[in-house]
Design a binder for this molecule. Structure first.
Ligand SMILES: *Cc1c(COP(=O)(O)O)cnc(C)c1O
Length: 390
């Protein structure tokens, strides 16, 4: 259908004109002093975004690259890490850790529920020889739509008086949910450009504090592209281990301008409100009996993505998703791995405003109508949430 397409996946997300326009230009040569100024100017704003004084490394990579960059620096082969299972993305993190030769202690939890923090603490307390090098926690796992409490991971480490590093995957949450790297005692934090930062895929941002960098400096794993020490150079070409992703940096500058202009706090409130609107609509939809919240506990539902289990006789999750995309101009996400064709996921992170989210929900209701999925309309419930000024 003619008109706008509504992209509501939890990455990639809708690209604001300001960011597209910032990238629509010819490259500069690396010797141009404007490049050095651009890179120097981005660093403090990234630190504001992560709420940290730590260095932020910029990789030409996706989120997987951010994971590999981090683990390559902080772990030698044979080291042990604890990974609380949060959904599809923690499972992928396990794969990366395994590929790098690490020993992994997985902490199981039930699908759609929060992490078992007591189990994490127990594992750390029992590790008297301190063989565990890091706890790898995910703030929002977009596979399941569950939000986790990074501060509680720090609490587990502190309660066990364990020196392991705390690494946070805030790929789907930085710029959408509150995140305070230094205050929360996070040693390494990882994000990607294509989620709440409203950018195209292609940049992984990794903030590493002095403790993490000291461990990295003492490690022996062979590496070059990911190496923090090699990147901590005055030479800009070395900071990127090669050619700079110039256009993505132009885009990142524009994204940081948009984020700081809106203000982090206000932006977090906007995300909370849009998420509440979606979840108010879904609370109506489920009354029809053909859908259920994937995350039963309201306070564990994330501000970035809402996952809905489809239990209809008239349409599967993938049928809904395909029709919504091709007939009604709304792109949402489906289930990953074991959840394939079980759930749909509505992304509501980045630049989402009131008419965008109502458009998304309206397109989905048209899809349910067309397919005979039983639901009760949630549009007015969502509009009610969105009707008060921020
Ligand atoms: C999207 C996502 C990733 C993976 O990012 P890619 O860019 O696909 O490699 C990792 N963790 C979380 C929580 C994510 O949402």
């Amino acid at each position: 259908m003619a008109g706008l397409n509504f992209l509501h996946t939890p990455g990639p997300t809708f690209l604001p004109e300001e960011i597209l326009n910032a990238m629509n230009r010819q490259p500069l040569d690396f010797g141009d002093e404007r490049i050095a100024e651009l890179v120097a100017g981005i660093q403090p704003d990234l630190q504001t975004l992560f709420q940290t004084r730590a260095d932020v490394f910029i990789y030409i990579a996706n989120g997987h690259g951010g994971w590999e960059a981090t683990l390559s620096n902080i772990c030698d082969p044979g080291d042990t890490v604890v990974i609380p299972m949060t959904g599809f993305f923690s499972s992928r993190w396990v794969e990366v850790a395994r590929a790098l030769g690490l020993e992994i202690i997985e902490v199981r939890s039930t699908d759609g529920h929060d992490v078992d923090y007591a189990a994490v603490e127990k594992i750390l307390s029992e590790d008297r020889s301190h063989k565990i090098k890091a706890v790898l926690g995910t703030q929002i796992d977009t596979g399941a739509g569950v939000a986790h409490d990074i501060k509680r991971f720090r609490g587990c480490l502190d309660a066990a008086a364990h020196p392991a590093l705390l690494v946070a995957d805030c790929i789907a949450s930085l710029g959408a949910a509150e995140f305070r790297m230094d205050e929360w005692g996070v040693d390494v934090a990882i994000t990607g450009s294509q989620k709440a930062l409203m950018m195209p895929p292609g940049l992984a941002l990794v903030a590493a504090n002095d403790k993490a960098k000291a461990i990295a400096a003492a490690n022996v794993r062979p590496k070059l592209y990911w190496d923090w020490q090699a990147r901590n150079s005055e030479i800009i070409y070395h900071r990127f281990c090669g050619t700079l992703p110039i256009h993505l940096l132009f885009g990142l500058r524009a994204a940081l301008d948009l984020i700081l202009e809106e203000g982090l706090e206000r932006r977090i409130q906007r995300h909370q409100r849009v998420a509440s609107a979606v979840q108010a609509a879904v609370a109506e939809w489920v009354k029809g009996g053909d859908m259920e919240f994937f995350v039963p506990e309201e306070n564990c539902r994330s501000v970035s993505v809402t996952a809905i289990r489809v239990v209809s006789d008239n349409a599967s999750a993938e049928t809904i998703r395909k029709l919504a995309r091709h007939q009604f101009n709304v792109s949402i996400a489906g289930g990953l791995a074991s959840l394939e064709n079980q759930i749909i996921r509505i992304g509501h992170l980045g630049v989402v405003n009131t008419p965008m989210i109502l458009g998304c929900l309206g397109g989905l209701e048209a899809t349910f109508e067309h397919l005979g999925v039983r639901y009760s309309s949630g549009l007015s419930a969502a509009a009610k949430v969105l009707s008060t000024p921020l």
